[in-house]
Design a binder for this molecule. Structure first.
Ligand code: DON
Length: 321
């Protein structure tokens, strides 16, 4: 006889009802006029500030969507843990960390600061993500590198395709002075892998930030990482478990900009934030939650997103400590 498996969240319906209550409470407590959309990338400043979506995916593939969970938005910095994962899969931890550190930077995500070895502080800030890009299929033509990334994203999210927003890409590219500075500084410091084509690497980075996701697929990809690399929907091993451990460790220490320490203190689960207003989190042993609500606080985190997670850890015992 087939044995019935125990579900990750046995009373999923009850759990979802509580999440819905928190969603409603955040929506009424925080109006869409609290916070600002990112002004430095023109296309991001134009989005509807009232959008608010949440998706949950458990390690065994139970899923729940709320509000604007299927609204597409560009992934921005939430791609950083994923491209770091691709770099690790291709080269392993030792080689990757010859090119990028793993300590929090204590400075803004785009600041012109390197660590004592002249390397980017970690892969969760712009310089570190540009470095991850340089470590992905470095000698292949750009179209093949991009296809490779898109296929991996699709596998991480259980065969759902991801999009690309060309106007965000174009807008990103013409407002990228600080990213150009970071890349030239790293080239001057000779810390890129051999044969890195700088302009192409930057282009790849801008394309990475302009990939379109939504809460729904982002939460499946996040659950794959929380699940040691096995996609909850397909059962396929996409990343190895050590890659996932490294991603989660750095999301924990560096994922929430200059709020990373405070986040780990208060919320206590690995997460990554993006300037489009998204926060995705991986909850070891449970699954993942992605929240999208565009207006940002002064640090650059979604105002409603932060409030949602504060209320969520009050309601459930998910804080790692
Ligand atoms: O390069 C930039 O500044 C944006 N494309 C990414 C910004 C972002 O979400 C900040 N992240 N750490």
């Amino acid at each position: 006889r087939r044995k019935l498996r125990k579900l990750t969240i046995p009373d999923f319906q009850n759990f979802c009802e509580k999440v819905k209550e928190i969603y409603e409470s955040v929506k009424s407590a925080i109006s869409e006029s609290e916070g600002e959309t990112a002004a430095y990338i023109p296309q991001l400043s134009k989005v509807n500030k009232d959008l608010f979506g949440i998706s949950i995916c458990t390690l065994d593939g139970q899923r729940f969507d709320l509000g604007d969970a299927h609204e597409n938005f560009c992934i921005q910095s939430c791609i950083k843990p994923l491209i770091y994962g691709l770099a690790l899969e291709e080269h392993g931890e030792e080689i990757v960390h010859n090119h990028v550190g793993r300590e929090p930077s204590g400075v803004a995500f785009n600041s012109l600061s390197m660590n004592k070895k002249n390397l980017p502080h970690n892969p969760m800030i712009n310089a570190g993500a540009i470095m991850s890009c340089s470590l992905i299929k470095n000698s292949d033509p750009l179209h093949e590198r991009f296809d490779y990334l898109m296929n991996k994203l699709k596998e991480l999210s259980g065969n759902i395709s991801w999009g690309f927003n060309n106007s965000v890409y174009l807008s990103e590219k013409i407002t990228a002075d600080s990213n150009f500075c970071l890349a030239y500084l790293m080239r001057k410091n000779q810390v890129f892998p051999k044969n890195t084509r700088l302009e192409e690497t930057l282009d790849f980075y801008f394309q990475c930030c302009s990939i379109e996701t939504n809460c729904n697929k982002q939460s499946i990809a996040a659950a794959t990482i929380a699940n040691g690399g096995v996609c909850p929907l397909t059962g396929r091993q996409i990343f190895n478990s050590l890659t996932c451990r490294s991603i989660l460790s750095l999301m924990s220490s560096c994922g929430m900009y200059d709020y990373s320490g405070e986040w780990t203190f208060k919320i206590g689960i690995p997460a990554k934030s993006g300037v489009s207003g998204v926060i995705f989190s991986c909850i070891p042993g449970l699954g993942s939650i992605t929240v999208y609500a565009p207006p940002l606080d002064e640090i650059g985190n979604s105002v409603r997103g932060i409030e949602f997670f504060k209320q969520f850890v009050n309601a459930f015992t998910v804080h790692n400590f």
